[in-house]
Design a protein around this ligand. Structure first.
Ligand code: ADP
Ligand code: ADP
Length: 228
């Protein structure tokens, strides 16, 4: 469950990115975040995994009140949230296997479990045969699949994706969306910021539109609603 109540965010330079966000996302929902560039979508997403802190307001993630979250508890939050980025953010000098294993090492998973969990998740995204490759040996779509594998390897309740298909061609984008649907079908909450009109209008889900730091629309089975 994700709850935001009267959330404001002003950056140190004085730019107000969010002004009075109220939202309630239930476990297992699939939600698109849409809106013009600069509207506040990334800020909204960054607040959820504590990449940024709100200036005021309340954020609850699975009953953790982020206001009360101590720095040492941030790993506890991050265990519950997997994040996927437009530019993949894989570590270029590590193999695919090591990139995913690293995500488990940082949350102090017992080493004896790591190998099995990495190979299971590679199997799930259909790239077990790429375990020994480095990211630069993979296509964009394969790299994004690896970053999805990394995001889900600790079985988070929530997966957040910030324009995950932004660097991919349409066919590859649909494959990635299929993977997200599979993850969501297993009960994981899926939150995805996107500029893809085609995806939003084809794969109908809840749509939250952010404009100038406010929620302009929040509709089940919504439309993209912008020309680009
Ligand atoms: P979107 O993801 O919808 O493009 P953002 O959340 O990235 O929107 O940005 C919202 C507003 O906040 C923009 O005006 C942007 O320039 C500003 N902004 C984003 N990040 C920062 C930052 N780290 N410091 C200052 N201003 C920022
Ligand atoms: P299979 O059941 O197909 O033999 P494995 O679990 O043995 O699957 O491994 C599949 C691939 O992942 C192989 O190429 C293997 O060498 C590679 N792999 C497994 N563990 C590691 C590791 N620790 N570092 C790098 N590659 C690994």
């Amino acid at each position: 469950m994700i709850l935001m109540k009267d959330v404001y965010k002003t950056y140190p330079n004085g730019v107000t990115a969010l002004s009075g966000i109220n939202v309630d996302i239930k476990q297992g929902e699939f939600v698109y975040i849409v809106g013009p560039s600069g509207a506040g979508k990334s800020t909204f997403i960054k607040l959820m995994y504590r990449e940024e802190k709100p200036s005021s307001g309340t954020i609850l993630i699975n009953d953790m009140n982020l206001e009360e979250l101590k720095n040492r508890q941030i790993p506890l939050l991050r265990r519950q949230i997997g994040v996927v980025f437009q530019d993949f953010k894989l570590l270029p000098r590590l193999t695919v296997y090591e990139n995913i294993a690293y995500a488990l090492e940082v949350i102090e998973e017992p080493p004896s479990n790591i190998r099995q969990r990495v190979m299971d998740v590679l199997e799930e995204v259909g790239l077990k045969n790429k375990a020994r490759s480095t990211p630069n040996e993979l296509s964009g779509g394969e790299q994004q699949r690896i970053s999805i594998a990394r995001a889900i390897v600790n079985r988070p309740k929530i997966v957040i994706a910030d324009e995950p298909t932004g660097n991919l061609d349409p066919e590859t984008s649909w494959e990635i969306m299929k993977t997200f649907e599979d993850i969501n079908a297993k009960g994981t909450t899926l939150i995805m910021a996107t500029h893809s009109k085609e995806i939003v209008n084809t794969m109908k889900k809840r749509v939250i539109a952010i404009e100038s730091g406010n929620i302009a629309r929040d509709e089940d089975q919504g439309e993209y609603g912008y020309e680009i």
